[in-house]
Design a protein around this ligand. Structure first.
Ligand code: AMP
Length: 408
């Protein structure tokens, strides 16, 4: 059923609480990647243009002890946002209290207030992360409407998303809407042929994703560290390659269920050491020696994957196909980026996490239909699970249909 979006709510002159995902990397007090702030700009700018009073909430990092407070203040983020918008952002260094309430009461339309990191509330009793009802109620009392644009935390039921949404009229922001449209609807109803590419370190992180994609995709191409658990399941020698021995039986059963849908690599870049400058060679899947480990897919695999991807109407990719952090072993991941960037009439979606980071780092940011901003959230979406942050957004009042058949 269609979710309420920004265009379905009347924001003029209203105090609009906006949950954004400003969980950006910060090193020595400096933001090293502001992509998440940039992704939230369309929603913030729209609300400002529509005369709303914009009250921003976000988490930053994890707060477990007193010392974490200093390194995880959102002040630095408020300064960057102010630069990007070229307008003042009133940062309030608390998550509740008189200062915050006064700042909000003094707001005029088009003003922005950003409160301190919502997870500062986790220091005592994990109030934010455990969706403490009093905290959700308090935050909801500060605004008239709620906009959830934080896809990155949509797989969690926290006070700053579900807690507020259950008490105020709630709409999806533009970023959230985009994530629902591209990942959610693709998984529900993909245009075919639908090919999935799965990589990354471990099978165990992606069991749910593999199982779900085996049901809905036409082909599942496997790369990365998880390959070797599947090869072990086939009785092949994998040398020192990364493997999860307790998942070999599971891999065996996935291969049986797959009915030929799972495509494993044909060859690998193998090295004797897990390091950036380790000498390496290419070998086929039967040639890995006991003292070698597979760190990337090889040229034959790239050629085969290219053939499998030709003509695909939908491609979803999650997880690098090699140790892309080392230049020598980033070639497979780079090749996948190039193949996808050159597909025509194909919806290409990268499901967050390391493959998104790799694609952006390698300069392919503009070449895909959609690069998800959520790692865990996009994985859960790909598993076909409901995300509490999305579930708690109101349904569109214009949508008269009921039930899961609704395609509004
Ligand atoms: P994930 O977070 O599960 O997507 O895993 C990403 C990580 O998997 C990256 O840090 C990669 O370096 C790692 N990875 C990919 N291929 C391999 C491999 N063949 N051996 C070890 N690690 C790998």
């Amino acid at each position: 059923m269609k979710k309420k979006t920004l265009e379905d709510i009347q924001v003029n002159g209203k105090k609009v609480l906006v949950r954004v995902d400003f969980n950006v990397p910060v090193q020595d007090g400096k933001i090293t990647d502001d992509n998440r702030i940039i992704q939230a700009l369309p929603t913030i700018k729209y609300l400002l243009e529509e005369n709303a009073k914009v009250i921003l909430l976000s988490h930053l990092g994890r707060i477990k002890k007193e010392e974490d407070l200093e390194n995880n203040s959102l002040k630095v983020v408020s300064e960057r946002l102010s630069e990007l918008l070229d307008k003042p952002v009133n940062f309030v260094p608390e998550t509740r209290g008189e200062l915050l309430e006064k700042a909000i009461n003094d707001m005029k339309p088009k003003d922005i207030v950003m409160m301190e990191n919502t997870r500062f509330e986790d220091l005592e009793g994990k109030k934010e992360s455990k969706n403490d009802p009093d905290l959700g109620k308090y935050w909801a009392s500060l605004g008239d409407l709620f906009v959830n644009d934080a896809f990155g935390t949509a797989h969690r039921a926290h006070a700053s998303n579900v807690g507020i949404a259950s008490r105020l009229e709630t709409a999806a922001g533009f970023l959230m809407e985009k994530e629902i449209r591209y990942i959610g609807s693709t998984v529900e109803n993909p245009e075919r042929p639908f090919v999935a590419i799965l990589g990354g370190a471990k099978v165990s992180d992606k069991i749910g994703v593999i199982e779900n994609l085996l049901k809905i995709a036409d082909k599942v191409l496997i790369g990365g560290g998880m390959t070797y658990t599947f090869m072990k399941a086939q009785g092949l020698n994998i040398g020192n390659s990364i493997v999860e021995l307790d998942k070999v039986d599971l891999a065996k059963s996935l291969l049986e269920q797959a009915n030929g849908k799972i495509i494993l690599p044909l060859d690998f870049a193998v090295a004797e050491e897990f390091s950036a400058d380790s000498p390496y060679r290419y070998t086929d899947y039967k040639g890995i020696k006991d003292n070698e480990e597979g760190l990337d897919i090889g040229p034959k695999t790239i050629k085969m994957f290219k053939k499998e991807l030709k003509g695909a109407k939908t491609v979803v990719w999650n997880g690098p196909v090699g140790v892309f952090e080392f230049e020598n072993f980033a070639k497979g991941t780079q090749a996948i980026c190039e193949i996808l960037a050159n597909l025509e009439d194909t919806r290409t979606i990268i499901g967050g996490g390391d493959s998104a980071a790799a694609a952006i780092q390698m300069g392919f940011k503009e070449k895909f239909t959609h690069i998800s901003t959520g790692g865990g959230a996009s994985l859960q979406f790909l598993e076909g699970k409901e995300l509490p942050g999305i579930e708690s957004i109101d349904h569109s009042i214009d949508c008269g249909c009921e039930g899961s058949d609704c395609e509004c």
